[in-house]
Ligand binder design. Structure first.
Ligand SMILES: [Fe+2]
Length: 349
């Protein structure tokens, strides 16, 4: 096998390519024989990209992922709309969110009690324009954050808020609006939904108007269970009300199109209006400090700057399989146009 880094400076991701046999069976054999060494490399560098192999279907993708980690899971209580891929037990579409939506860097489900320990992405159809899945070393992000930001987040912890509207009450004019709660939890039975929250230990409250609020209180920084390094392990840059507008500034710097300029401008204005009309706790999604106080805008900017400085962006190639150590390395999605089919599966402890 040939190995190299896509980004030498970040040492991320480690690419493994065939130097002869590129069959899926050959790759499976290689993984079986070198399993421990592969896991050590994944923890050290954060991600491994298997490129150039005949990973010819979602089913083969699943078979290879399960060899790397046998504990694949298929319960999903996150916020991104996902569809299960036919013919597999554990593979989902990565996100059904519209292509212009930014998905900022995050470690998958960092706010849940049971979080994925490894993530596997698969490129079934290469994006026509954009649509990369950038990754970032969140241990490095922690180290390079402004010391005041680091101190405040470590001391104060975080509260994630998600407000889901009641059936039929969803606004068409709120960009941040999540699905209504029956749409996301696939039932209108409140008791059934509550059972799921109890199982996953999610705090919930029904509001008088039928809306549902979920909250998660977490540390902002955790220790990596294997390498013992501190990791920036939270969704502030995804859920904080100021984050999307700042994220689009960076997206525009990269993609430099009229569309991204318009989105940047629009999000800037929309965020200001949204904050004026709705309290921090009533936003569709928001990240606050654990005591309910707002996170200063300059902190969000410092986090975004540090992430974008360390992010590795590379185009997908058909049949790529990207295996990520979710406890130390984040992923996201850049806006795209045209066809794109990226699939995902994940493992838990
Ligand atoms: Fe994700």
């Amino acid at each position: 096998m040939k190995t190299y880094f896509i980004d030498e400076q970040q040492q991320l991701p480690l690419v493994i390519e065939p130097d002869g046999d590129k069959s899926a069976e050959g790759l499976k054999e290689y993984i079986r024989k070198n399993h421990k060494e592969l896991l050590d490399k994944m923890y050290k560098h954060g991600a491994i990209l298997f490129r150039g192999f005949d990973i010819s279907s979602p089913k083969v993708f699943e078979e290879i992922s399960v060899l790397i980690d046998p504990n694949l899971k298929n319960d999903y209580l996150g916020t991104s709309p996902r569809d299960k891929v036919a013919g597999t037990d554990y593979v989902f579409s990565a996100s059904e969110l519209p292509g212009f939506y930014p998905i900022p860097q995050h470690c998958e489900m960092s706010y849940m009690k049971n979080k994925p320990i490894k993530l596997f992405f698969y490129c079934n159809v290469e994006p026509e324009y954009g649509g990369e899945t950038p990754i970032c070393n969140f241990r490095k992000v922690y180290n390079e954050l402004d010391s005041e930001v680091k101190r405040e987040f470590e001391k104060r912890g975080l509260k994630l808020i998600r407000n889901y509207s009641a059936p039929g009450k969803r606004s068409k004019f709120n960009l941040w609006e999540l699905k209504s709660w029956p749409d996301i939890f696939h039932t209108t039975d409140k008791e059934e939904v509550e059972k799921q929250f109890r199982k996953y230990e999610v705090d919930f409250a029904w509001k008088e108007n039928g809306d549902l609020r979920l909250t998660h209180t977490n540390d902002a920084v955790v220790e990596h269970p294997i390498t013992r390094e501190k990791v920036w392990f939270n969704h502030t840059q995804v859920f904080n009300i100021d984050a999307a507008s700042i994220e689009y500034e960076f997206i525009h710097q990269r993609q430099k199109r009229l569309k991204t300029f318009m989105m940047k401008w629009f999000l800037n204005v929309a965020t200001k209006l949204k904050k004026r009309g709705t309290s921090p706790e009533e936003q569709s999604m928001n990240m606050l400090f654990a005591d309910g106080t707002e996170i200063p805008n300059k902190y969000i900017r410092n986090i975004e700057e540090t992430i974008w400085k360390n992010m590795v962006i590379f185009p997908w190639k058909k049949n790529d399989l990207l295996a990520i150590d979710n406890l130390g390395t984040s992923h996201g999605r850049l806006p795209y146009e045209g066809k794109r089919q990226i699939m995902v599966c994940w493992s838990e402890e």
